[in-house]
Design a protein around this ligand. Structure first.
Ligand SMILES: N[C@@H](CCC(=O)OP(=O)(O)O)C(=O)O
Length: 501
């Protein structure tokens, strides 16, 4: 039997009525039914549930979400237990145990706590319990906030290495243009590479929640990079979750056009339900396999036609084939960067070859970070003729006064400037057109002040300058996570839609 791990995120607008703030019992009941069915079929299910603040508004008979942070935090405290009471009542009706997990970014910034959260989730799966995750808003202030539950759900999906993340919202899917303005807007069913998506993400969230379409795209980017198929679909039809999984798994299986690889899959095309097969027999009939083979296609739409299967409207973001997982996922997404380091091309290439980060390749530092904190790592080009021992990247947004020349490096745009032949060359970079490329995140062995003093030096020179040398590396290889960097991207259709949460 193929067991899937499925994270379903419900925004505030799917949980409470935007005007009356009453719980949307019909949707919540359908979610419970869907989650229990998936669970009973052997899959692992996690709910990421917003709605604490929305539910509290009704409890406290308030008309609007307050703006003052302590009031919002107090409401979250009031609403969270009421929200869980609603879930407990509904899941209790079908004897399905649930668990509450409240997270802040701080909780997972510590590697041990991150692993503890991960272990707890896995243990709950083993116990056949459905975890319900929300941000711990009462403790969260800006610096330790995930910001919105779309991001939280993507991090949760990465943490449990989910197969699917469902971002349930108030629209069917993405369209090639704003369907509210353009009646001929076409739904986008599959986004093969999210890097190619140029999105109009201007739509705001609902009055109660914090997310919108922008945060959904950010979440989809994060989750697909972690190998999670991410789906945007309408929350008012939770039964669609199983239909979409069924459809996507069937297409995945069929696109391989190989009966052997389909053997462990457990789906009956077209009936809308995910069915575990006790004996691992092929889920697709030989006539269906023949139908696809004889159609001579592997594209989803044509396979779909060959099989006569369809799914409710949705947009599916396909996962990265080389997912970022485990420690790398944690470095990239669990930690908040406290500053930036700028490295030259040689160092950038060395990182690609899985080397650690030495001081000699560092050309600049920004921010005020301490040892063992996370930083962003940007690649910039070292200009010909500049000193190898300590040109500074100063982060100005335009060239400094004086003589300057400009090169387009393909990595970032670098300027060299100085007031004449006697002045040492300085590096500056332009933040826009093109911005320096963030190539990695790293946990550093030295503080910003220390790195400013040792940048450009060989490792043997560190102790001479600092009086000590904690490490020859500014960041050890195991503490560096490379980003997926797109050096050139084709332009792609933009889309528009007005999702609320
Ligand atoms: N954690 C908050 C919701 C935050 C949030 O992202 O809300 P939403 O945009 O509705 O998914 C709550 O429970 O009210």
């Amino acid at each position: 039997m193929k067991r899937l791990t499925i994270v379903i995120k419900l925004g505030t607008s799917s949980i409470v009525d935007e005007n009356t703030h009453e719980p949307l019992i019909e949707i919540l009941s359908s979610i419970v039914k869907t989650a229990c069915k998936l669970q009973k079929d052997g899959h692992h299910v996690v709910l990421v549930s917003s709605g604490a603040i929305g539910v509290a508004l009704q409890r406290m008979k308030l008309e609007k979400r307050p703006k003052h942070l302590p009031q919002v935090q107090a409401l979250a405290a009031i609403g969270q237990c009421r929200l869980m009471r609603i879930w407990e009542d509904l899941f209790g009706l079908v004897e399905q145990p649930i668990a509450q997990i409240l997270l802040t970014r701080n909780d997972i910034a510590d590697r041990t706590q991150y692993l503890n959260a991960q272990n707890t989730l896995h243990e709950l799966f083993n116990m056949r319990v459905i975890p319900i995750v929300n941000e711990n808003d009462t403790l969260s202030v800006a610096e330790i906030k995930f910001g919105d539950n779309d991001t939280l759900s993507a991090i949760t999906a990465g943490m449990v290495q989910a197969d699917y993340l469902f971002l349930m919202t108030d629209v069917d899917c993405l369209y090639d243009k704003n369907p509210r303005k353009y009646p001929d807007a076409k739904p986008i069913e599959v986004v093969e590479d999210i890097a190619d998506l140029e999105a109009d993400v201007s739509s705001a969230g609902s009055a109660l929640g914090t997310g919108g379409m922008g945060t959904k795209i950010v979440a989809a980017r994060l989750a697909t990079a972690a190998g999670v198929t991410t789906v945007i679909t309408r929350s008012s039809e939770p039964g669609n979750v199983a239909k979409i999984i069924n459809y996507a798994e069937t297409l995945k299986c069929q696109s391989r056009l190989n009966a052997d690889t389909c053997q462990s899959t457990t789906f009956e095309p077209g009936n809308g339900d995910v069915q575990p097969l006790a004996d691992s027999t092929a889920s697709l009939s030989s006539s269906q396999i023949l139908a696809v083979k004889s159609s001579g296609t592997s594209t989803p739409t044509l396979i779909n036609e060959a099989l006569h299967i369809s799914a409710p409207l949705h947009t599916r973001f396909l996962p990265d084939l080389h997912p970022i997982r485990d420690r790398n996922f944690w470095i990239l997404n669990g930690l908040s960067p406290h500053g930036s380091i700028f490295i030259d091309e040689g160092a950038s290439n060395a990182l690609e070859r899985k080397a650690g980060l030495l001081p000699v390749g560092i050309v600049g530092v920004e921010g005020n970070f301490a040892q063992q904190e996370a930083v962003r790592v940007y690649a910039v080009k070292r200009l010909p003729g500049s000193s190898s021992l300590g040109p500074t990247v100063d982060g100005t947004t335009s060239p400094r006064p004086g003589t300057h020349s400009r090169t387009n490096s393909g990595i970032g745009t670098a300027y060299v400037s100085g007031s004449g032949a006697d002045s040492p060359p300085r590096f500056a970079y332009e933040r826009h057109s093109p911005a320096p490329m963030e190539v990695a995140r790293a946990i550093v062995n030295y503080s910003a002040a220390e790195i400013k003093r040792i940048r450009g030096l060989r490792s043997t020179e560190i102790s001479g300058v600092l009086g000590y040398a904690d490490s020859e590396y500014v960041a050890l290889r195991e503490n560096i996570a490379l980003m997926k960097v797109e050096r050139s991207r084709p332009t792609t259709p933009s889309f528009g839609l007005g999702a609320e949460t």
